[in-house]
Design a protein around this ligand. Sequence first.
Ligand code: PMP
Ligand code: GLU
Length: 419
Amino acid sequence: MLQTVVILAIFAKFFTKKYKIDMNPLSARLQSLSPSETFAMAQKSNELKVLGIDVINMSVGEPDFATPKHIKEAAKKAINNNFSFYSPVPGFPELRKAVCAKLKNENNLDFEPAQIVISGGAKQSLCNVILSIVDKGEEVIIPAPYWVSYPEMVKIAEGKSIFVYAGIEQDYKITAKQLEEAITAKTRALILCSPSNPTGSVYSREELKSLADVLAKHPNIFVISDEIYEHINYVGKHESIAQFEKIRERVIVINGVSKGYAMTGWRIGWIAAPKWIASACGLLQGQYTSGASSISQKAAEAAYTGNQDCVEKMRVAFERRKNLITKLLKEIPGLKVNDPKGAFYIFVECSHYVGKQFEGKKIETATDLAMYLLEQGHVACVGGDAFGAPGHIRFSYATSDKNIEKAVARVKNTLAKLN
Ligand code: PMP
Ligand code: GLU
């Protein structure tokens, strides 16, 4: 009997290999999907840490601060008050109202609760919107450098990403002319991220207006405006492209509590959108995840309705760190560094070092350079290739001043070893 089983198993293995039959084939959709490079580098950094290596992790972008106390207290209260049941699919009405009040007070934008959908993080909000409005073969314009997940989300929707590149010489921001040139009859949406991950660039009101003027001429195009870094802004007032009346009905604002309130693990994001898009996102979410965590929603409500001093305190710390890291990186020969205006990333042009060698091994790409810095310098950053910007590396400076100083010194010494 055992003999028969073994013979059959060997035969099955031979047969599937010979005829290339995959016993567990993934859908075509999944086969083309790339893993998130930001999380991948964070994982590699953690693997070295587990081995006892003192790695400074500047790869994944999340505030290093604890969630403010009054927000945590609201969550504890929600648990004690038995907020343990399914939440309404688009979110608790109180939170949706709080989001509307925030939009009015901080952004002077009028929305009603029916236009707000709360989700499990801004990532889900983005995916909901893309899946709701993009059909197979439709084009989505993505300014590059872009956040790693946008093109992957477009792939899930079977849409086509159209990249518009803006390098350091234009402060990583696309112009109205570039946008105009990228538009075709198939364009369905533009994904705009300001303040930007990965570059830290912030579009001014005038720059947004010039993009809005182009979009006004194309009434079929939607703007997915990712404003998750709104509160981490070094230019003063946050400007949203939703403020321009002529395109207002076609702008979907994406935001959430992850970054500004140091709540990445609570997983609350939201959209503010035309009602029909909000309803579509609710429909989609109702079938595959349901309402977001009830406890986290209560915490997010406290974040929006409570004292906002915590937000400013964290912003000031990020600004101080931004000034420090910018100054230190500018002292490293061969790197080109601009002045980020928001978020907690600095995107460095490092092509001078790509092509160099360490112990006979060539650094072929910026991702190789990031790996080299991790393995030899014990600093984790992310190669620009994943952000559509070869020849760059991204550092997240959401870490202490001491770590920033130590990390940049390590980067400087490690780069100096290349020849
Ligand atoms: N947009 C951008 C640009 C981001 O950097 C992130 C961070 N992951 C998100 C959206 C998603 O944020 P969340 O943690 O709320 O899913
Ligand atoms: N937004 C963060 C980053 O870019 C978190 C990681 C992610 O969501 O991919 O590092």
